[in-house]
Design a protein around this ligand. Structure first.
Ligand code: ARG
Length: 566
């Protein structure tokens, strides 16, 4: 339910009736419960323009506000704020309308956009590690969210599958493959290290590696086949992780760096033609205003760079994918890179002016002591191990509750463990560095996925305990029910805000507020006690059921599963 929009319409017509002209009416959330549910704070500005006393204007406007619909009561406060209290009847009516609505009141965007979400983007020469975790998790949530709201989302996995290191890797693959054994690729990190040792120790091997780089680039069939099988295995590792993580990326979403290879000369041509690049010491460079260093788009040996590929990809996404908005969910440390390629692409007309280009940056993952996340022996933590550990820890956390069979325990632990890792990542503002802390993320209390999953399971258990069909209307009986119903109705406004700002933590904060309110409601208002009138019992059951539906939808967008029992 778009509550703010609804309220702004009512205020707008009150202003009209009071003969006050205004452009946009902005409704804010009330800062304290005693200020009502929402506030209209625009009177002060209007008063300034009209050179009148704001309190007087506010008092005048208030007399014109329709209090027969959404708004139950208004009050003038402070220098001229208008406090808005929603009507219980209206809240009840709106909530009742959601009972049979799968989307729990969330509508589709008026004008769907074609949005490309570029995320994950691991490098094939190495095993995926925790650094790629954030991009995969945040990007997938953003894609789910936009899709849910009705945008036409194209997921793009811009994997790094090209570069000189592949010469060494396929030369080593060939060497290892002589006895038909590709087991080595099980641990890519190790494979890479071993290949490097060979490269450093043997002149012959190093020469072959260099020769193979040239050969893949010139399209040599034998080398390309080796390269393909290497990429295939490496991508297979990533897909195992996506599956474990519940991240919706498939092979169809992969458009690798190499895909753009044959478009790179054209990128350079265009930049030269439009006088955007200049040749400097044999290299093709773009000098942007305000930047100290030039952006090299072609090296003096003819080789292309990361930026060149991104320019080609931008052009492709505009021309072929018809994107209206392109979101790059990539580490904040690449902010400069994206700022530069966006500027160059627009300047060169490689992307239409109207296309919205966004770098959705995020901070680094740190350990408890605030250092970048490493294993005990200082190596990078492999994602697979990390996710397995999450499931083991989750199992320990719930084992003693003794509510699951052995089989159930396995799948519940998976939902909880993986959910914990994802939620912890999504719940902090994405620009911040993120401190990885097992105990905190697997806690039943606080802003954790387990808290949400536990509330969901608890509601399911209440619903199971009621014998009879749960039908009947929601009646708002007191302030806590008022606040809970309102929170449920705020789901749509929350998702819209999260999608515009690309901030998953807007959703997690909302879920935390929702569940905290529900817990309070549950504590204050018994549901299944014998002496509760049936009508109220059913109303409270319906309110609980709706809460569970919102929790489930919210978590689903975050790619986290709910469980029926905890
Ligand atoms: N492979 C890159 C990295 O690991 C991320 C790719 C991001 N996407 C892009 N279009 N540049 O740093």
């Amino acid at each position: 339910m778009k509550i703010k929009l609804e309220l702004s319409k009512i205020i707008e017509s009150a202003l009209q009736s009071a003969n006050i002209e205004t452009d946009e009416v902005v409704i804010s959330d009330a800062t304290k419960p005693e200020f009502g549910d929402y506030q209209f704070n625009g009177v002060m500005k209007l008063a300034k323009e009209l050179k009148k006393n704001p309190r007087e204007i506010a008092s005048e406007v208030v007399t014109h506000i329709d209090t027969t619909g959404a708004i139950g009561k208004v009050e003038v406060a402070g220098p001229g704020f208008i406090n808005i209290f929603l009507s219980d009847e209206w809240l009840a009516k709106q909530s009742n309308a959601l009972i049979d609505d799968d989307r729990v009141g969330v509508g589709y965007v008026d004008t769907p956009k074609r949005v490309v979400v570029d995320y994950s983007g691991p490098n094939m020469a190495k095993q995926m590690h925790v650094g790629h975790l954030r991009s995969s998790i945040i990007g997938d949530t953003l894609a789910n969210l936009l899709e849910f709201l009705g945008d036409d989302v194209i997921r793009q996995n811009h994997i790094g599958d090209w570069g000189t290191q592949f010469g060494m890797l396929i030369a080593y693959l060939e060497e290892k493959n002589t006895d038909g054994n590709t087991q080595e690729l099980k641990d890519l990190e190790q494979f890479y290290k071993d290949a490097k040792v060979r490269f450093d120790e043997s002149e012959e091997f190093a020469n072959k590696s260099r020769e193979y780089v040239v050969k893949i680039q010139s399209g040599d069939e034998y080398c390309l086949a080796l390269w393909n099988s290497f990429i295939d295995a490496s991508l297979g590792h990533c897909e195992d992780i996506y599956k474990k993580l519940n991240v919706n990326l498939t092979r169809d979403d992969v458009r690798a760096e190499s895909f753009y290879n044959d478009q790179l000369p054209q990128v350079i041509e265009t930049l030269k033609e439009k006088n955007i690049s200049t040749t400097s010491n044999g290299a093709e460079c773009v000098f942007l205003e305000g930047d100290e260093n030039p952006i090299i788009v072609q090296k003096s040996d003819g080789g292309y760079l990361y930026a060149t590929t991104d320019l080609a990809a931008l052009n492709f996404r505009d021309r072929e994918l018809n994107a209206d908005r392109i979101c790059y969910v990539v580490d904040s440390r690449q902010a400069q890179h994206f700022k530069q390629v966006f500027t160059i692409a627009k300047k060169a007309g490689m992307v239409k002016e109207s296309v919205k280009l966004e770098h959705i940056g995020f901070g680094t993952m740190m350990d408890k002591s605030g250092k970048p996340f490493k294993t005990r022996d200082g190596g990078t933590v492999k994602l697979f191990d990390l996710l397995d550990e999450a499931v083991v820890r989750a199992k320990d956390t719930i084992k003693e509750r003794d509510v699951h069979s052995d089989e159930e325990l396995e799948s519940v632990a998976k939902a909880i463990g993986i959910g914990a890792v994802k939620y912890a990542d999504l719940s902090i503002s994405r620009e911040s560095n993120y401190i990885f802390n097992w105990d905190k993320m697997l806690s039943f209390e606080g802003n954790t996925s387990l808290y949400m999953q536990y509330a969901y399971a608890r509601i399911q258990s209440i619903l199971r305990k009621y014998d009879g069909e749960i039908d009947g209307d929601i009646i708002i009986g007191d302030l806590i029910e008022h606040r809970l119903a309102l929170m449920i109705l705020k789901f749509e406004d929350t998702l819209n805000r999260a999608s515009v700002d690309a901030t998953p933590h807007t959703i997690t904060s909302y879920l935390y507020d929702l569940v905290s309110l529900f817990m309070k409601f549950y504590e204050l208002n018994p549901i299944l006690k014998d002496d509760i009138p049936e009508e109220i019992k059913l109303s409270r059951l319906q309110l609980s059921k709706l809460t569970a539906k919102v929790i489930q939808k919210g978590l689903e967008i975050l790619g986290i599963e709910v469980v029926e029992k905890i």
